[in-house]
Design a protein around this ligand. Sequence first.
Ligand code: LLP
Length: 384
Amino acid sequence: MFDERVIKKLGRIDTPFYYYDMDLLRSTLASVKEEADKYNYKVHYAFKANANGRILREIRDYGFGADCVSGYEVQRALETGYAPEQIVFAGVGKADWEINLGIDAGIESFNVESIPELLIIDELAGKKRKVANVALRLNPNVNANTHHYITTGLEENKFGINQWDLEKVVEVLKSLSNVRFIGIHFHIGSQITDLGSFRDLCLRVNDLQEYFVSNRLYPKVINLGGGLGIDYEKPDENPMPDFKEFFALFDEHLQLNADQEVHFELGRSMVAQCGNLISKVLYVKDGVNTRFAIIDAGMSDLIRPALYQAYHRIENLTSDAEKEKYDVVGPICESSDSFGKAVNLPKTERGDIIVIRSAGAYGEVMASQYNLRRLPLPYYSDEM
Ligand code: LLP
């Protein structure tokens, strides 16, 4: 990804910035498509992972749908040319204007997270004399074995309709005339590397769909959400996850009825490895036990290490001197503004180019202007 020619070009751009390897993005998308197509599975890309215009267009061109979690994402999907019938809209707190937007656009489905929300969608659709498609997001109480901030499928999490509300939701659905029940939806968490969690999910889904069928509500769509993890430790050895194994697991464990569609909402696994945060070293200073490499990128550019103690591989692209240990930190006035402790880097000096790898998902899109910094700009390998 970073040969001499690329490093030279990167060195001419004002840091910090995001650099996207478009070849890697395309080969990842091609792999998702090839493996999902084997089973006729439909993938909606989770916009929240990266909503950068070029990336959204590239993903659209492969024929993927859009998984949105705000009215603004629905708007962006429509503006980018995603067909309304390929847009699903999830989220525990949809405001009335967001629901109205989805109804007016005629989106594929609202993934509904509570009974009160279901009632409001019915009411708003009724006012427009329309019928809105809804899938129920069910909380399967399956442990994703990932960081607790990105675990979503346990009963204590705020997401989805819980087991104890199932009877009630069936009764409510049957009484409403402005919503059409199209399916059931699940999402158990993110950065899941233990595929056993997805097998557990399949077993729960099999039971839960039986429950609906026995209550004469037929889920045409089974939406299994996203969550497939990537290799943050070894991005070069594993530039993309094993989509083949991932989809095959669902084929093996899901029990489907006739005419059912299986949907996924992958985010991170489609875009994480193609993105890098590029930065320069400002100062090197001695600490008590270690040295600090102070770089010009901070938690405002990439918040994952500060927020989730997330690991990202850090490399010095311009030095091949002997290795030393550095705490790689940003310029922001917070102790949590640190990208890695005791990182082994070749002897590092002011002006060296530092890359923080695997930053294509939940990187640029979560950047802020904290400390009144400017937002990092994106650059693309095929436009440089
Ligand atoms: N579907 C739903 C309903 C979701 O809530 C999410 C992610 C996805 C799909 C996509 O999941 P993915 O395939 O990307 O794992 N900012 C955190 C991750 C938050 C994930 C939120 N939901 C991070 O940087 O790790």
